[in-house]
Structure formats: structure tokens, C-alpha cells
Design a protein around this ligand. Structure first.
Ligand code: PLP
Length: 427
């Protein structure tokens, strides 16, 4: 009888260097804790799919199972079904972007689009610009290709163009290492802020002056609760690479998004997608097509907007009521998130353990910076998923935890154990 024989003890020395540098997403890690019955989750970025009418889902899925099943169950073209691409062209026309179906490539959510762009354009040490903080899924996608990601801070009007210009002056014009600037202009994740019209215009000017591509990621644009529509960057300049997704306006479980890109970008991205998955899910595309063609999806979207507006308001008023005056936060006009900043001595990564004990989760701010290079005293909190009552309760619990920490800090200071402002309270 032969005994089982291990060829190697560990795969550690076989792992690619770039993978060793990867960090797991804090949001993914928090997923298990966030589903505990006693915990109110402010950590995810999930739409409330319970708001979707059952009749609309049934209609769309039935079509994929019956009349359209021959295509829905089959491989499709790498760029996606023409009919689905037409649906996305129509959706973009509503917001002022004019593209043809041939300029659209269907992806497995906007997340795959980020990975495909990174795979097609980033060599090690290439420079990528982004808001700081930025979407952590983008950081994960880009980091796999080992770029130098430089973060540009934002204020309530979005990315600071003066600071972007300073960074560009350091990089220089037409630097071949500078590949693209990644931005989420509407209700940014995690910041909740929106890029003003003037800054959008300035960004396009700078892209031409310094020679870089602009990637506009727009999952939240249609979820506006106050204020007027902003012209997308892609509507200002056809060279912009626009990323769309149905995840926040329909269902993220149907992994469907798209890239609208100039022909030369489209060609490269299509090529790398062939090696990734041959083609996206035909079934999902057919369901999406029917949902946006045959159901009252605009009415459902309105329901999403009205529900999220109430939840956003519940969060902002609870912050006003419970959080200490030393804290500051953004005031989003749409989307899913508020970005909170506490005094410098806070470490929100540590605070999360206490918050979990108190039955509330959030995402620590350093998750939204490359190599945790910032955001230590900040946090992202989400208002799209929980009821207004739960949101109020979660903010109250969080405020208690913050208050306890502040008292502890003050006691340390009074005892002379720390010098004010330059150390973090640790245990
Ligand atoms: C800014 C941003 N981009 C992309 C994505 C990924 O979306 P999708 O579900 O389409 O992959 C998200 C998801 O939360 C996001 O917030």
C-alpha cells in the first residue's frame, strides 16, 4: 500500500511577488461579522434589493428561461450582446452621453472593467492618479499590476484640482509612466462628495495638457437625492473611458457592467478580456436586457432614490445629534456613503473592535488608501442598507464608543501619559 506523499510542504515560496503584496478587502473581511443578528452593519455598499418588484424579476428571468434560452445558455461574443449594449447606450443618452453599441464592452460588473483596464495599461511603477481616499476595489484591481498610485485629496467639491496640478507638475508633461487618472465624480466611494462642474472642465483640460487618460467610474450617478444632474466627464470629452454598472440601480448579483471607450482602448480591453473569461454571462445579459426594456425600471429607481434619501437623512441627523463636535463628516447629495473624520489621535482600525462589541460595523479609513498610507482617523459609513431606525441606533452606539475613547484619551493626557495630539490611544 502506498502512503500519501506531499510534493511540497507549503506553497508560500511559489506565490507570485505581486500577490504577496495584496491585502484582503476590509469590507469582504467584515462580511461575516456584518451578518450577525445583533450587529447593525454600516460597512457594506449593498443596494437594498428587497425594493425590487418580484413581478419585474420574474418577467426578466422567465424570458431568459423560455423564449431567449438558446442565447441565454450559450457562449456569447467577448464584447457582449448587441441588444444589451443598446440598452446601455440608451441609458447613457439619458444622462447626456452619446455612444454607439460598438463602443461598449460588457463586463462582469464595473469591478472587472477596472481589472481589465489595469491589465491592459499598467506596467510595474507606472503612475496612476486617483482621489484619496478612493474605492478599495479599484486599489485592489490596480495594485495587482504594481503601479505607483498617487492620491489627490478631495473637499466637498470633489478632487482638488490645485493639488492635482501640483502633482502633475512633479510628474511632468507627457510622462510615459503616467497612464490614467481614476475618478468617481458622483457621490464618491468612500467620500460621498461630487466633483463640481468647474473642476470637471479643469480635469479635462489637465488631461490634454499633461497627456493622461481619464477613467470615469459612475455606479451611483442616478442615485441623486438633492441638487441637479451634473454633466458626465464622458459627455464633455469623448476620449474619457466611462464605466457603468447595473449593480446599484438593479441587482449586483447579476454581474453586469460596461466600459464605453475610444476605439484603441476598446480593442486592447477586448483582447485582455478574451483571456479572462472569453465572454460575460449571456444569461445575466438577457435578464438585464428584459429588465430595462420590459419593466417599469424608472419607477423602481425612483423608489430606490426615495428610500435612500430617507436613510441618508436619518444618518446625517443622527450624526448631528450624537457625534462629538470634534468629528466632521461629508454631506452627500446621493450615493451610499458618508466619510467621517475623527481627531488625529484616533485609530479607526482599533476602534472597530470596540464598535463590533457594541454591535455596529464600519470600514476603517485606511482601507481606502494604497498600502494604508492615510485615513487612520477616518471611517466610511453606509446608509443604503439598514432601516432609518437601525441607522440612528448604529450611530448612537458608535458615538458612545467614540466618546469612551475620547474620555480615555483625556484621562491619559491629564495623567501625563501621552503628549496631546502626537500619539494614538492604544491598549
Ligand atoms: C466606485 C465603485 N466602482 C465599482 C464598483 C464595483 O461594482 P460592480 O458591482 O459593478 O462590480 C463599486 C461597488 O461598490 C464601486 O463603489
Amino acid at each position: 500500500m502506498t502512503t500519501a506523499h506531499l510534493i511540497f510542504d507549503t506553497t508560500e515560496d511559489k506565490i507570485a511577488t505581486r500577490v504577496k503584496k495584496m491585502r484582503s478587502s476590509a469590507v469582504r473581511d467584515l462580511f461575516a461579522a456584518a451578518t450577525r443578528a445583533d450587529v447593525i452593519s454600516l460597512s457594506g455598499g449593498m443596494p437594498d434589493v428587497s425594493l425590487l418588484p418580484k413581478s419585474s424579476i420574474e418577467l426578466a428571468v422567465r424570458a431568459a428561461c423560455n423564449d431567449d434560452r438558446a442565447v441565454a445558455l450559450q457562449y456569447g461574443g467577448t464584447d457582449g450582446r448587441k441588444e444589451t449594449r443598446q440598452v446601455f447606450c440608451d441609458m447613457m443618452r439619458d444622462i447626456g452621453i452619446r455612444v454607439k453599441p460598438e463602443q461598449i464592452l460588457i463586463t462582469s460588473g464595473a469591478q472587472e472593467a477596472l481589472d481589465l483596464l489595469a491589465k491592459a495599461f499598467i506596467d510595474p511603477d507606472d503612475i496612476i492618479l486617483a482621489e484619496g481616499p478612493t474605492y478599495l476595489g479599484a486599489l485592489q484591481a490596480f495594485s495587482a499590476y504594481e503601479p505607483d498610485i498617487r492620491c489627490i485629496p478631495f473637499d466637498e467639491d470633489g478632487m482638488r484640482m490645485d493639488l492635482l496640478e501640483q502633482e502633475l507638475q512633479k510628474i511632468g508633461k507627457n510622462n510615459p509612466r503616467l497612464k490614467f487618472l481614476y475618478t468617481i465624480p458622483n457621490f464618491q466611494n468612500p467620500g460621498g462628495v461630487t466633483l463640481s462642474h468647474e473642476r470637471r472642465q479643469r480635469l479635462i483640460e489637465l488631461a490634454h495638457e499633461y497627456g493622461f487618460m481619464v477613467v470615469e467610474d459612475d455606479p451611483y450617478g442616478r442615485l441623486r437625492y438633492d441638487g441637479g444632474h451634473m454633466v458626465p466627464l464622458k459627455a464633455m470629452d469623448d476620449q474619457v473611458i466611462y464605466l457603468g454598472t447595473i449593480s446599484k440601480v438593479f441587482a449586483p448579483g447579476l454581474r453586469t457592467g460596461w466600459i464605453a471607450a475610444p476605439a484603441d482602448v476598446f480593442k486592447r480591453v477586448n483582447l485582455v478580456k478574451q483571456g479572462t473569461d472569453l465572454c460575460g454571462s449571456s444569461f445575466d445579459q438577457v435578464v438585464v436586457e428584459h429588465y430595462f426594456t420590459d419593466t417599469p425600471w424608472q419607477k423602481t429607481l425612483q423608489k430606490f432614490v426615495e428610500t435612500y434619501r430617507v436613510r441618508r437623512d436619518a444618518m446625517l441627523s443622527a450624526l448631528e445629534e450624537y457625534f462629538p463636535p470634534e468629528a466632521s463628516w461629508t454631506h452627500p447629495e446621493g450615493g451610499f456613503f458618508v466619510w467621517v473624520t475623527l481627531p488625529d489621535y484616533f485609530d479607526t482600525g482599533q476602534l472597530l473592535n470596540e464598535a463590533l462589541e457594541a454591535g455596529v460595523t464600519f470600514v476603517p479609513g485606511d482601507s481606502f488608501y494604497p498600502a494604508a498610507s492615510g485615513g487612520k482617523s477616518s471611517m466610511r459609513i453606509n446608509f443604503s442598507y439598514e432601516s432609518p431606525e437601525n441607522i440612528r441606533e448604529a450611530i448612537r452606539r458608535l458615538a458612545d464608543v467614540i466618546q469612551d475613547r475620547m474620555e480615555l484619551y483625556r484621562a491619559f493626557i491629564a495623567a501625563g501619559a501621552l503628549s496631546s495630539g502626537d500619539e494614538r490611544v492604544t491598549e
